[in-house]
Ligand binder design. Structure first.
Ligand code: CDT
Length: 325
């Protein structure tokens, strides 16, 4: 029997390009306009992108001190982001915001905050799966220096009880890793929110560009379905100073179906009147974790990082050669 519906106005605010020359105040004005639109269309919460306040600076090889000075936020809220917090309080709407965090002791993280409808920061997430490299690749058309500019997040994948539901946060590349959402699912998350900046070209191999969109959506849909949760993902997209990033911001139901998807690569607000109870059906039946999970067989997931030898039978190299014989 299905549960009584529990509606939650869920918005994603996709952000078009932010160029190097754009000011934080200008970006915040765009976010404020989208927050207003989201609220006027019934949203209780709006999801903004990863590193929303600046261009996607990990594409540039720059002196460390300049990067810290130009792109990182030593406080949140700050004078420039305060209008977002003021409007959230006035309109009674929560939000997720990604930004580059500089801690008091000089550490740098790729961070997102979860803000409730009274403008309190109720949660913070520091990105764990950092993609890219830390060395300079002068032969590449652009860099992806997240491993240089950020430390690996040190606060895990948490779930916060707020806005009348249970919300987990992650950031961009985290969405490609099933562990991210399973850890949230095990904390009974009903909704996972994330922002992303996904370059349209892969600098490591000649991945066909259409796969960037298909693997993005595939990841969101699998995560939502396999963990019985809503997933809301917000892109920063379009060409930032000529460097193109995919759009495809989306809201996915616990059925794995995409219920809203951005149409373009500019600022755009998606709103869905999401039924949180939809997840209950999946949680009670096919993905009733307590009934069906078999953690005694999942040990390798936490024991090993990289792929290694088979647990049973002869070593992989021998079994392969015996197959060939
Ligand atoms: N920002 C970020 O994490 N971008 C990565 C690019 C990696 S390419 C597979 C992403 O996962 O979209």
């Amino acid at each position: 029997m299905s549960s009584t519906s529990r509606r939650f106005g869920l918005a994603v605010a996709q952000l078009g390009p932010v160029h190097l020359a754009n000011s934080r105040a200008g970006v915040v004005a765009r976010l404020v306009a989208m927050m207003r639109e989201a609220r006027s269309r019934g949203a209780r919460m709006v999801v903004f992108p990863e590193l929303a306040l600046t261009t996607f600076f990990p594409r540039y090889w720059l002196p460390d001190a300049e990067v810290t000075e130009r792109f990182f936020e030593p406080s949140m809220p700050s004078a420039e982001t305060q209008p977002l917090f003021d409007l959230a309080r006035e309109l009674r709407i929560g939000f997720y915001l990604g930004y580059a965090e500089l801690t008091e002791d000089g550490r740098r993280f790729n961070t997102a905050v979860l803000v409730d409808d009274q403008a309190n920061i109720v949660g913070r997430y520091r990105k764990i799966h950092l993609p890219g490299h830390s060395d300079h690749k002068p032969e590449a058309p652009f860099q992806h220096l997240e491993k240089k500019y950020f430390e690996v997040g040190n606060e895990g994948f948490k779930v916060w009880k707020t806005l009348g539901t249970r919300i987990g946060m992650c950031i961009c590349n985290d969405r490609r890793w099933p562990e991210t959402f399973r850890v949230m699912g095990l904390q009974s998350a009903e909704l996972a929110v994330l922002g992303y900046n996904t370059p349209s070209w892969n600098i490591h191999w000649s991945e066909p560009p259409h796969l960037r969109m298909s693997s993005h959506l595939l990841s969101l849909q699998a995560a939502a379905y396999q963990n019985a949760m809503w997933v809301a993902a917000s892109a920063k997209c379009g060409a930032e100073d000529g460097f193109h990033m995919i759009g495809g911001s989306a809201i996915v139901a616990p059925s794995g179906e995409i219920v809203a998807q951005a149409q373009g690569e500019e600022d755009e607000v998606l709103v869905v009147n999401a039924d949180l109870a939809l997840g209950d059906n999946f949680r009670e039946h096919v993905f009733n974790f307590a009934k069906h999970r078999r953690p005694e067989h999942y040990g390798l997931i936490v024991e090993r990082t990289g792929a290694g030898e088979s647990l049973g039978g002869p070593p992989l190299s021998t079994s392969t050669s015996s197959l060939q014989e």
